[in-house]
Every structure is written in C-alpha cells, then in structure tokens.
Design a protein around this ligand. Structure first.
Ligand SMILES: [Zn+2]
Length: 124
C-alpha cells in the first residue's frame, strides 16, 4: 500500500517531536530487522517499532466511513490492509520486537507517553 502512504504528515511530525521531547532517540521511517514494512519510529536497541496508522487506510473504528460509491469494495480493501497490519505485527513479534500502533487521530503527547513507556520497559 506504499502508494497510499504519505510521509511526514502533520500527525507523524507531531508524534516524532513529542517523543523527541521526552528524551528518546529513534530512527525514522526505517525497517525493523527483517520487516517488509517501514515503521515510522524504530528503537533498534529496545526493539520497539512504532507505526502510525492513518484513520482512513487502516480503518480506524472512530473515523473510517466507507465512501458511498462501492462501499463493499472499500470495506474489503480496508479489511485487507488491516489483516496485513496484523501480519506485520505478528512477524515482528516473532522476532522479538514490540509493536506499537498509534492512530493518527491520537493526541501526540498521549501517544508519545505510550511509546516512551514501551521503550523504557523494553530496556529494563
Ligand atoms: Zn481515527
């Protein structure tokens, strides 16, 4: 779904800057070891990968509304995206990574807090 994916959206930048503000350093738009997909924030030592999911393409329960034209087509498409997300999570988890998914609608500071907690607990 690379074609659908925009880089450096405002919510992504807000999350990065909030995580940075908590004193954490990370790789941006990098592939966690062996992953097929690029994660938005990667903490290689803690083995934490953060994906920010767009409300539309990833079927956010609060914001995804299928278009009026071809709603079934879209529902199926979003469903497939979501299955692929779960598959990515499973593959990374098998390799010892912790995967965090953040909705683009989440407040950056809240999401950053979750990221920081995951990274710190992984380092312990
Ligand atoms: Zn949403």
């Amino acid at each position: 779904m690379r074609g659908n994916r925009r880089r450096d959206t405002a919510p992504e930048l807000a999350l990065r800057s909030a995580v940075h503000g908590l004193g954490l350093r990370y790789l941006v738009a990098s592939r966690p070891s062996g992953a097929e997909r690029t994660a938005d924030l990667v903490f290689p030592r803690a083995k934490v990968a953060v994906f920010m999911d767009g409300c539309y393409w990833h079927g956010c329960p609060e914001h995804f509304i299928p278009p009026r034209t071809n709603p079934d087509y879209w529902r199926e498409k979003i469903e497939r995206n979501s299955l692929r997300d779960r598959d990515t999570d499973a593959q990374l988890e098998q390799r010892g990574w912790k995967v965090l998914r953040v909705w683009e609608h989440e407040a950056a500071l809240d999401a950053a807090g979750r990221v920081a907690a995951a990274v710190r607990s992984a380092r312990r």
